[in-house]
Design a binder for this molecule. Structure first.
Ligand SMILES: [Zn+2]
Length: 274
């Protein structure tokens, strides 16, 4: 009996060691002033604006410094979009106490310029992306009729280079544990195969990125912009799933909402989510 209890205790302790209690920071590396609400909350008011933010998230635990999304830095995007208070993502992580060389992993939610455009700034990181996202944006999308708005060809070349350098990991589908206690989910299409993360812990959190632009999408049950309008119901269904996975709407963190820097304790550009 004693032996069984000891074995159970050992298994519990090993389990605890395998899933670290991660910390989560949101790092604001730029502002996106005056975005039309209708561009973020589908079916929302066209005559209302919202001051949005550009964010990368830093998840720390188990000896890893994991970024969820990587921001951007290529100059052309500053011409297409109004960006203010910009700090390059590899400088922004310093504010949370991490050197760019210390970033071990980058999980990319989707291939858009403001999420994948910083993968070349972190020289030691292994990059994670959905297998179908990788396949689609390195092949079909550049064929005649392909829809590649918001995808930077240079980012795609860097993605392929990382793969040939052995630094890319392809996540195969929905509900996949990619690191202890960190699971990737798909099920709606902000891009061809975008993903979001659940970070296990007490309590757990869901990092949604653009699969949920604003808190307002959750409360109004309206879709974020998606790959096609036909996908709006799937996006709304996934928002409900995010709430379930996080155990509370309060612990679902949207992609571009500046309220995450009001909701949690903030030091400069860094919000301590957990
Ligand atoms: Zn996007």
């Amino acid at each position: 009996m004693k032996k069984i209890l000891l074995a159970l205790l050992a298994a519990t302790l090993m389990g605890a060691a395998a899933t670290p209690e991660y910390s989560i920071d949101a790092i604001r590396y730029a502002n996106a002033p005056k975005i039309s609400v209708a561009d973020m909350v589908m079916g929302g008011p066209k005559d209302q604006n919202v001051d949005a933010v550009f964010v990368i998230w830093l998840v720390r635990g188990g000896g890893k410094n994991i970024l969820f999304d990587s921001g951007f830095h290529r100059p052309q995007w500053f011409r297409y979009f109004t960006v203010s208070d910009y700090l390059r993502p590899d400088k922004a992580v310093l504010l949370a106490g991490v050197n760019p060389e210390q970033v071990t992993d980058i999980v990319i939610s989707h291939a858009h310029w403001d999420h994948m455009g910083g993968i070349d700034l972190f020289p030691k990181a292994t990059v994670w992306i959905q297998k179908e996202e990788y396949r689609y944006y390195t092949t079909d999308v550049w064929q005649p009729g392909g829809e590649h708005d918001g995808i930077d060809p240079e980012d795609v070349r860097e993605l392929v280079r990382l793969n040939t350098a052995g630094r890319l990991r392809l996540v195969d589908g929905d509900d996949v544990e990619i690191m202890p206690g960190i699971r990737a989910y798909t099920g709606a299409r902000h891009t061809y195969a975008s993903q979001y993360l659940r970070i296990a812990g007490s309590p757990p959190f869901v990092l949604a990125s653009d699969n949920l632009y604003l808190y307002r999408n959750l409360t109004e049950h309206r879709a974020s912009a998606t790959f096609s309008e036909a996908d709006w119901p799937a996006n709304i269904k996934n928002q409900e799933r995010m709430i379930e996975l996080a155990g509370s709407p309060d612990r679902v963190v949207p992609g571009h909402d500046r309220m995450q820097f009001e909701k949690y304790p903030v030091k400069g550009r860094v919000a301590k989510i957990k």
